[in-house]
Structures are given as C-alpha cells and as structure tokens.
Design a protein around this ligand. Structure first.
Ligand code: PEP
Ligand code: MG
Length: 883
C-alpha cells in the first residue's frame, strides 16, 4: 500500500479532495503546492498508516520505512540539503493533521534533525550562531516534552537559573555561548531522567516524533475534543513532515496567521496577526502579543508596533495576492499560516477558517451575494448547532456598565458568572449548575474541559488567535483575551485590575463582542433575529421539505417558538399545566378522591383552567396546528412525599394529612417510567382524559365562534402499545368531541393520534393507524424502552460506554439510527400501509438534533418538533438534509 504522499517543488502527489487520507493539513499543503504557491517541500504519512498502527498493536506498516526514505530523498533533492548532514543539514517539522482540524490537541515537533554537529552546520549556513543554538535548545525542549514525555517546567527552571546567573530577564538577552551552556544542562537533565542521552541520530529523532504524533491521537485532550465535536476515533491522524523555514532569523523574518475575512464578525477584510523574528508556536501560544497585518487594523486597534503592511511592504503585497488566490480557489474563508524567512514568503497551511456563527452567516450571505457560491451552498455553509450562539443574550446597551477593563473581543456574546481561576473548579461549579467565568493568565489545551464548563473565558495574555480565542469561538463561549491589566493571583484567589480587587466567587460579566469586562451582572437583552440571520433562514425555508414545530406549553414558549419560525406546536405536555399553584390543590383532591364521582368533582374545578390555557395557546398560534398530549406522568408525581411537605400541603389545602401520605405510598412505584402512566391513566380513570378532551374542544369552539382563525386541535394519546388501547381512546375522544361540538353548535375539525414510544407500538403501527390519524415519535421514551435504559439514570454509565467506543454519542441526544431508527422506519412503513395519509412527526429531544433531523428527512417524516430555542437550528438542519 501507499503510505507516503509528497508535496512541494511546484507539484504534489495528493490534492485537497484527499482529506480523509492525508488529513486536512496534508491535503491542503498538496493543493497549495500544485497551485504553484511557495510551500516548503515535504511529505504526508497517511491516516491509514495511523489506523494500521493501532490495528496492529502499535506497529508501523512494514513498507513504511522505505517509503519515508523515498519521501525524504525527494525533499533533499528539492532543497539541496541532506537530513543529518553536518555541513548542510535539512531540518524538518513533524506535525499531526487529522481529517477535521483539532487545534492544539495533538503534538508537533519543530527543528527536528538538529544535534551537536548539525547545529554547527546550521550556524554556518545561517551565518548566525545565536539563532542556531536557540533553535537547538527549542528542539531539545519540544522533543523532550512531546516524544520523551519529560516535564516542560524542568527546562523552564534550567533556563530561569541561567537567566538569574546572567542577570537578564528576557530570552533575547542570551548570547550564542549562553545558549550553548543552557543546552549542556538540558542534555544533562535528559540523561539524568532517562538514563540515556538525548538522541543525536536524525533518523531516530524522526521516528520518535512520528510515533509521538500517532500516540497523541489517543491523548486525553484529543479524546475529549473528539467527543465534543463528534469526530470518530477510527479516523486516525496523518503526519506531515516538512522542511523547516525560519521566522526567527532576524528582523526580515516573521511568522503569522491570517484569515481572509474576520472570523469573529465575518467582515470582508484581511484579518490576522504576525510576529517579527519569531517561530510559529510563539503566535499560537499567546506568549508575545502580536502585531496587526494591515495598517488599517493597526490604527483601529490603536497599536504602536508597525503592521506587516508597514514593516515589510513588499512581502505583504505578495502575501495579499496569495491570500486572495486561496480564497477564490477554495471558495470559502481561509485560515492561513505563513512564515517569512529572510524576506521570502512561505505558506505553511490553509484551511477553511473556523468562525463564529455570526461570521459564518455573514460570510455565507456575502459570498452568495458576491456570486461566489449559490444560495443553496450558503445554506449548507452554516453549522446548524452554531446558531445557538446567536440566540444568546447580549448586554442591554442602556444598562449601567461598570467596565473594569477591556481586552480583545475574542469570541462574541455576553456572559455573567462567578469568578474561578482553574478549569477543574470551573467544571465542578458547572456540574452544580453554577454559571462561572474562567479567568486565566492564558489557556492551554489542558483547559479545554474548563472552557467548556464555563459561560465565558478571560485571559490576561494572548491575541485574537491565541488558544483561548480559537477554542472559545469554536465552542461558542464568550471570550475576552489579552486583558493585560488583569493581574491574577491564583494562590490568593483574586485578581487585581486598575486598583480594584475581584475575589474568587464574585460575579462578573464579559462582553466578548467588545472585549469589555464588567463588574456585577448588567441587564441582558435577547438577540435580534434580522439581517443575515433572516436572509439565510429564508433561503433555508425555501429548500426544506420537513416542517418544523415546537414543543411548548406556556404562552411564553409558544410566543418564542413563533418568533423563531415554528409552524405549529408538535407537543403540548399538559401535565405542566397541572402544577400551577392555583390548580395543584384540585389535582391532589382528584387523586385523593375515593371514587369516580369525587374525581369528577375535582376535575370540574380544573376544567376551566385547562380550557383557558388552550384558548391562550390557540390564540397565539393563530390557526397553526397544535398537538395536545393528554396527561402522561404517574399521579404520585403530583403528591408531596416527605412528611414535612405533606404537613405543609395539608395545612394549605385543608386536605387530610394522613390520607395524603397513605395515597402517596399507595401510588409509589418501583419503576414509574414503566408504570401507571400515559394512556394507562386514561384507561383506568377515563374521566381525566374526558375532562381534557372537553377543555380542548370547548377552547377551539370559543376561538372559532369569535371569528379568529380556527385551530385544528390534534389530540394525542401517550404511551399506547396496542390497537385495542388505541380504539378505546379513540372512542372516548370522539364521544366527548361529538357531545361538545353538538352543545356548541360548531362544525370543527380535530384529529386523534398517538405517540409512538414503545417498541410494540412501532411494530404494530398498522393496528394503531386504524384509529390514529397521526403518529408522533416520542423518541425519549422510545430510546429508553428500546435500549431498556432509564433516561433518569443513564448518566451513571453512559460516560463509560462512550469512552470505550460502545456508543459513539449519547443516544438520548442523538438518535440511535440503527436500532431506534429501525423501529421508526418500520412504524412509518406499517402505519402508511394501513393509512396512507397518516401524518408523521417526531417530538422527542432528537427533533432538535441536526443528525437526527437528517434521519427524519430520509424516512420521510412530515415534521420535527423541538424546544423553541432549537427551532432555527431545526429549520437549517432540515434544509441541509434536503439539499
Ligand atoms: C418522548 O418520550 O419522546 C416525549 C416527547 O415525551 P416525554 O419526554 O414527555 O416523555
Ligand atoms: Mg414520552
């Protein structure tokens, strides 16, 4: 098999379409080479080699070594240098590169090929001994950390000792001879720790680094990142070995990153940062604060350091042309890494740039307007789940703003929370339901769980492309980076800023769109859903076939749902209406009643409330379909359980405490999810469902009589399993409906249907369809009953299942398309066979999950129904599913 693909020297073995095999980075390096752009030559070891490595007990393919040799020879030929050669050494970088970008999650080694001898060759070639020794010590540090697993701080301490001895504070103060001393100590430390010397052989170094990159595919950070972004472990990573170019060879050298458009807001302007006389990791690590690329950006930021445009105008001009070429070629916003070595430009990476939802919308809409892409492509360009970011609040512009300092606006949105200083604390607090703001000097990939748990992130150091900024944007967390005034005293549990002090646990707010950090919690406002958002959603609506409804029972939910574009209510859970303070007493009275007459008397008290609820809901929905589900939970959920609660309820309602307690005990069930709930309530206490059906239809008649758009109520029975059950419920519903419509003298259409929440219901869907005009897949219960996993307790072991790769995703979040999906497919087929026009929808949580929506499109459901805030996500996902 072929494991190695070369690039550089004006051509390449691979191209951009080969991301699965070469990883994103490798595929794009090949493509850029073929475009004739200046790319340092190199080669890519394929992801298949990584897969082979893991499938064969961490063994490389037998012929890999030979192919690498050929690849290296080609690089030597193009560069005229030789790997391991003392006089004219070729140095390489070794980097990971998976199919999907995983910024900072895996390992990289730079300057590989340096040893005690080649460092002299590099010194001669570059005419700069100091540079050569600095490169060598960086290499020892990085290689020791990444490949030899030695702690970074060991080297930091050695360096600090030398600086103290020499009485200097900055690295640039060290001379070549000083670095030579540092290197001696570094090597001694390696020997002490490992019992063997730092590897001097370039081949040994190379294979060590390749092994480390493969190994880093399985490190904890990478695993966490994959889980968060649904990246399968089976993909593996490629390894890119590329000849080094140096951005740290003096003041005509530089390194930087650029976006062809602003990744934060989507503005069509070149955007990025660079550092003169620096190596790539300096920019990404956020250790030095970088300079702007363009003069305009520098002026806007009020920076004093010159922009690239001003500092190296000629190279900048060339760079601008390359960047424009790349965006035109890829037809999307690009995220680019480059290096300038002694006045010569090199491209090190390009990829479609990660962007905020706001930027994604703007770039997609703009590019469609520019004629670069079609409207359909624009619809496909925005990640549905990312819309969530836009639906978050911002700070009310009229609110009082106690701004304590301003950093860089690294990731938009506003967030309020308690101050925490480390990621573990953030995770713990979030698990307790607390909102926190993570405040760090800078973040590293180790902080990823804390960033995920926090509502927002502040860093004192680092630019717009620092780790914190990139990761926060990807996660949709608000972030202010580079807030240089913030002095963090983590041990004391506080930070100081401009003479003020903020302690652990105090409430602060950040505005990731302006970079402001504020004391307290100013008033927030809901987002505006106009402009690019409305434009793109309009295009999505033209494309999609699936209708989108919302799960809503309160007037507020219903209004929100409509505002977000819901085309009806797919699930109104009536039990929530029973918990209201004014009704719960009557509900309890009903539960305590000794006989049917007692129950009916209590139900009569609830009926007017129910009717009023439905009138309000129908009014808000203005003639759109509304599916109302009759009572579902087991009755004990409405009763107090502890003695204290029982006493309190008894006192407040005048109900008998002893009787309350006895009834609560009677109704107690060991498996309430599988117990006396759903339509089983309607079968054993038909008067409950009768009251509800009456309330629904009386409300609908009232609306119809008032001359407003008449609703089409869809009356839905939960947890049905058998045809006979459905027939009983159907007859009950029709009997009451007939009576109400006669009383009211109104001719009104209503439909009767069922949820499909049990495997038996799915399998016998034909029996149910005889008496059900619609099915709504209740995939929360259907997942639970298909797997035999309780949705309340699954959290205890699902983590282990996901870690071990048994589940790729939580089946309660993303539909199990194989198993539960099969049941849906069968039910749809058998239901349609029995009743060709049976209406099919889904109302479990999966109705708002983009991957599950894709499945619903495939099976040909009529609609999905989800929580109001997910309606825009569902609209876009439905459109993408139809593309
Ligand atoms: C379901 O089971 O998927 C459903 C929507 O009903 P509930 O979540 O109320 O049980
Ligand atoms: Mg259910």
């Amino acid at each position: 098999a072929r494991w190695v693909y070369a690039f550089g020297g004006g051509g390449a073995d691979g191209d951009a379409s080969m991301k699965n095999l070469l990883g994103g980075k490798g595929a794009n390096l090949a493509e850029m080479s073929s475009l004739g752009l200046p790319v340092p030559p190199g080669f890519t070891i394929t992801t298949e080699a990584c897969v082979h490595y893991y499938a064969n007990g961490r063994q490389y393919p037998a012929d890999l070594a030979d192919q690498v040799k050929v690849g290296l020879a080609k690089v030597e030929e193009i560069t005229g240098k030789r790997f391991g050669d003392v006089a004219n050494p070729l140095l390489v970088s070794v980097r990971s590169g998976a199919r999907a970008s995983m910024p900072g999650m895996m390992d990289t080694v730079l300057n590989l090929g340096l040893n005690d001898e080649t460092v002299e060759g590099l010194a001669k070639l570059s005419g700069d001994r100091r540079f050569a020794y600095d490169s060598y010590r960086r290499f020892i540090q990085m290689y020791s950390n990444v490949v030899l697993n030695l702690e970074h701080h060991m080297f930091e301490e050695i360096l600090d000792d030398h600086k103290e001895r020499l009485d200097i504070t900055v690295d640039t103060g060290l001379t070549a001879d000083d670095w030579a001393e540092v290197i001696k100590d570094y090597k001694a430390a390696v020997r002490d720790h490992l019992g063997k010397p730092f590897p001097q052989d370039a081949q040994e170094q190379l294979w060590g680094a390749v092994g480390a990159v493969f190994a880093s595919w399985m490190n904890d950070r990478a695993k966490f990142y994959r889980r968060m972004h649904d990246i399968p472990e089976s993909w593996g990573t490629a390894v890119n070995i590329q000849s080094m170019v140096f951005g740290n060879m003096g003041d005509t050298s530089a390194t930087g990153v650029a976006f062809t458009r602003n990744p934060s807001n989507g503005d069509n302007r070149l955007y990025g940062e660079f550092l003169i006389n620096a190596q790539g990791e300096d920019v990404v690590a956020g250790i030095r604060t970088p300079q702007s690329l363009t003069k305009a950006a520098r002026e806007e930021m009020g920076d004093t350091a010159p922009s690239m445009e001003e500092a190296m105008p000629e190279v900048f001009g060339q760079f601008k042309t390359v960047v424009e070429t790349l965006e035109r070629h890829y037809r999307d916003m690009q995220d680019i890494e480059f290096t300038v070595e002694q006045g010569k430009l090199y491209m090190l990476q390009t990829r479609n740039g990660k962007r905020t939802a706001k930027a994604a919308l703007k770039v997609a809409v703009d590019m469609a307007a520019e004629g670069v892409i079609s409207k359909e492509e624009a619809v496909g360009r925005v990640e549905p789940a990312s819309l969530d970011q836009l639906l978050h609040p911002t700070i009310d512009p009229t609110a009082h703003r106690d701004v304590i300092t301003t950093g860089l606006p690294a990731s938009p949105g506003a967030a309020t929370g308690k101050i925490v200083f480390d990621s573990d604390a953030a995770e713990k607090a979030a698990a307790n339901g607390e909102a926190v703001i993570l405040v760090r000097e800078e973040t590293s990939p180790e902080d990823i769980h804390g960033m995920h748990a926090a509502r927002g992130i502040i860093t004192a150091r680092g630019g717009m492309t620092s780790h914190a900024a990139v990761v926060a944007r990807g996660m949709g967390r608000a972030c202010v980076s580079g807030a240089g005034d913030v002095a963090i005293f983590e041990k004391e549990g506080l930070f100081r800023v401009r003479g003020r002090e903020f302690k652990l646990g105090e409430i602060i707010t950040i505005d990731g769109s302006t970079g402001e950090i504020l004391a307290g919690s100013p008033k927030m406002i809901e987002p505006e859903l106009t402009g690019d958002f409305a434009t793109l959603m309009g295009w999505a609506d033209q494309v999609r076939r699936l209708k989108v409804r919302a799960n809503a029972e309160t007037p507020l939910d219903a209004k929100t749902a409509r505002q977000f574009g819901a085309e009806g209510i797919g699930l109104c859970r009536t039990e929530h209406m029973f918990f209201d303070d004014t009704r719960i007493a009557a509900v309890r009275e009903m539960i305590l009643a000794d006989d049917e007459n007692g129950r009916r008397a209590a139900l009569a008290k609830i009926a007017p409330f129910q009717k009023a609820d439905f009138v309000e809901l129908f009014t808000i929905m203005e003639g759109l379909p509304v599916t109302i589900r009759l009572l579902d939970p087991p009755l004990h959920e409405f009763l107090p359980h502890t003695e204290e609660d029982v006493e309190a309820v008894a006192k407040a309602t005048g109900l008998d405490a002893a009787k309350l307690m006895r009834r609560a005990k009677e109704l107690h069930e060991t498996n309430p999810m599988l117990g006396h709930r759903g339509c089983r309530l309607g079968v054993s206490y038909p008067e409950i469902y009768e009251m509800q059906v009456r309330a629904i239809l009386e409300a609908a008649c009232e609306i119809a009589k008032s001359g407003k758009a008449a609703p089409v109520p869809e009356i839905m029975h939960p947890l049905v399993a058998k045809g006979e059950e459905m027939k009983y419920l159907r007859d009950l519903t029709d009997r009451v409906a007939k009576a109400v419509l006669e009383e009211q003298g109104v001719d009104l259409k209503y439909t009767v249907g069922t949820m499909i929440e049990l495997p038996r219901a799915a399998l016998r869907a034909g029996d149910l369809a005889a008496n059900a005009e619609f099915f709504s897949f209740g995939t929360n219960d259907l997942t639970q009953t298909t797997f035999g996993i309780s949705r309340d307790d699954a959290g205890k072991f699902l983590g282990a299942y996901i870690d071990k790769g048994i589940f790729e995703k939580d089946p309660f979040v993303s539909l199990d398309q194989e198993g539960v999906g099969d049941l849906i497919r069968i039910a749809a087929e058998r239901g349609r066979a029995a009743r060709p026009d049976v209406k099919l929808g889904i109302c479990g949580e999966h109705g708002g999950d983009p991957a599950s929506i894709g499945f619903c499109e495939k099976v040909g459901l009529d609609y999905v129904s989800c929580s109001p805030y997910r309606v825009p996500i569902a609209r876009l996902a439905a459109a993408q599913a139809a593309l």
